[in-house]
Design a protein around this ligand. Structure first.
Ligand SMILES: Nc1nc2c(c(=O)[nH]1)N[C@H]1C(S)=C(S)[C@@H](COP(=O)(O)O)O[C@H]1N2
Ligand SMILES: [Mo]
Length: 546
């Protein structure tokens, strides 16, 4: 074999190697990102499940029969070999035709995304780690390929080129199309090219290993926190939640459940990665303008008399008709009891709560003492708080938007004055005070939905925490306001469902809704954006009847 052909072989091998290194980086970075964002499904595991789904039955039976309990290991070995082979082919493809290779890598990335999204409980957000990994893999592949001699220089096995230079650099006579090949554009001559390639490949492999190890480490911390959370025994409440009345839910299909299941509860926070707190070391420091400063451990907290209440949380960023609102049963230590123990000094008017990740909220002190069920919550719907919802302890204050009250992963309470201290969102232009505005929401029919003409069931939810809902009215096609039927009310701190029957002919229609609370009357029709203290206005929903 002549040297030229030998070197062509070697270059092809290096391209394959580049593909494999890039694939390793893709998966490593995806795993790291998944651990970092605490995605519900991690890319490699999701891919493994997809792999199982597509493994023919006879092969599965064979694997179980042959490997027994080692069948999972066999799965990952099989998957590893498949990925390696595919990555090698994609590396070689990318070397010869970059675009084709890049399309192949992207397609492989999308297979991982599809695997992740098809797992139970996954949200679209969980696609992010795989996409980040794919971008990293593509970038690394491009950088490595660019360090190989131009593809033109590599004669094919059957018809060795007699004109091109070997691996001594890009050909002057390369066709115009070659300019788009990174190899042609960036190849370095001879040995320095090889060295530079191996440097790039080495860095890629090292980065892949580091990312995978980092993902592992992060994942195991998370698993141990999750395991601790699962094994946590919560005490019975000294004051259980009032018995729920019958008829809390409007008899209309499509109205959201009255009690929001934890996995469906909206999540809003500034935490890039979910804090992983340990109940054994968690402490809450209570200090500032108080007669008695103290520190609570998690065990201290559980020994207090806990209350259990249904409370509807709302985000100030919720647009009119939006879904940044949820209703759960919370178990916690009343903040008025904690403050009674601390004995705030005269002049104090605010409690600044701070989370382990540096978020803070400023809550008016009078609100925490006025008798409402503000609490340091440890459980949500009979479970320890989910990690994303503030495990192990968060604040819940009926009637205030979350940004001024609902600090998750809370570790510090400072009794102070609005004149002295500010908080995360008030520093960014949002109002100091954030009482929740009265709001009626139309859930059925859906916006731009289609219904059959004739009798149409409509329904939704209304809230006015701490005040309650006494009436909801709707107006169809700008007609007179009609009072709807209210479902039962659990408490003034929870939302309330409503429903109504209307009759419409074929065509396009609008339905508007507005709620009344006993303190403030009819909700304002004045349109306001969420900034600086919550959206207002009557929601209007368009739908078509046919
Ligand atoms: N630590 C921390 N707590 C936080 C936030 C945050 O960014 N960080 N966001 C607040 C806001 S704006 C809202 S609306 C609620 C949302 O709580 P949830 O994610 O449990 O629904 O949490 C509040 N608590
Ligand atoms: Mo919020």
């Amino acid at each position: 074999m002549d040297t030229r052909r030998k070197s062509a072989r070697a270059t092809t091998l290096l391209a394959a190697l580049a593909g494999i290194a890039a694939a390793a980086l893709l998966l490593g970075v995806a795993e790291l990102a998944a651990a970092f964002f605490t995605a519900r499904a991690t890319p490699v595991i999701a891919l493994g499940s997809t792999f199982i789904d597509f493994t023919p039955g006879w092969l599965k039976d064979f694997a179980i029969a042959t490997f027994g309990t080692g069948d999972k290991a066999a799965l990952f070995v099989g998957m590893g070999l498949t990925i390696t082979a595919l990555a090698a082919v994609l590396g070689i493809t990318a070397y010869h035709r970059w675009v084709l290779g890049a399309v192949g890598v992207t397609a492989a990335g999308l297979v991982i995304v599809a695997s992740v999204l098809s797992r139970a409980g996954a949200s679209t957000y969980d696609a992010l780690p795989s996409l980040i990994g794919t971008a990293a893999g593509l970038l690394a592949l491009r950088l490595m390929i660019a360090r190989l001699p131009a593809a033109r220089a590599v004669p094919s096995d059957s018809a060795p080129s007699d004109s091109g230079p070997s691996d001594s650099g890009p050909s002057d006579s390369a066709p115009a199309g070659m300019a788009s090949s990174p190899a042609a554009a960036r190849a370095l001559p001879g040995a320095s090219s090889r060295r530079s390639f191996f440097a790039a490949a080495g860095i890629t492999a090292a980065a892949a290993a580091a990312a995978a190890a980092g993902g592992r480490a992060l994942g195991s911390v998370r698993n141990s926190v999750e395991a601790a959370r699962r094994s946590l025994r919560l005490p019975a409440p000294a004051s259980p939640a009032p018995v729920l009345p019958a008829g809390l839910e409007a008899p209309v299909d499509g109205v959201v459940p009255w009690l929001t299941p934890n996995p469906d509860f909206y999540r809003i926070d500034t935490a890039l990665s979910v804090p992983q707190l340990d109940v054994d070391t968690w402490e809450l420091r209570v200090h500032g303008m108080v007669e008695e400063e103290f520190t609570l451990t998690f065990d201290d907290l559980l020994e207090e008399d806990l209350i259990e209440r249904h409370i509807t949380l709302t985000c100030v960023s919720n647009p009119v008709g939006g879904n940044l609102v949820g209703n759960a049963k919370w178990l916690g230590y009343p903040l008025r009891d904690l403050l009674r123990r601390a004995r705030p000094l005269r002049g104090a008017d605010m409690v600044l709560s701070t989370s382990s990740d540096g978020f803070s909220a400023s809550t008016p002190l009078p609100v925490l003492l006025d008798g409402r069920d503000a609490m340091l919550a440890v459980a949500m719907n009979d479970e320890p708080l989910p990690l994303e919802h503030g495990y192990p302890v968060r604040m819940v204050v009926p009637g205030l938007y979350g940004y001024v009250s609902a600090t998750k992963w809370v570790v510090d309470l400072e009794v102070t004055r609005f004149a002295d201290r500010t908080s995360y969102w008030t520093d960014r232009g949002w109002s100091e005070k954030g009482p929740i505005k009265t709001m009626a929401r139309v859930e059925v029919p859906r916006s731009f939905g289609k219904v059959a003409a004739g009798t149409v069931q409509i329904g939704g939810t209304a809230w006015s925490q701490t005040r309650g809902i006494t009436r909801v009215e709707v107006s169809v096609d700008d007609g007179r306001w009609e009072e709807v039927t209210l479902a039962a009310e659990a408490s003034v701190d929870t939302w309330r469902q409503w429903h109504h029957e209307i009759t419409v002919g074929p065509g396009s229609h609008t339905v508007r809704a507005r709620a009344t609370d006993p303190a403030d009357g009819v909700q304002t029709d004045e349109r306001a954006d969420p900034v600086p203290n919550g959206a207002s206005g009557w929601q209007s929903v368009q739908f078509t009847a046919s």
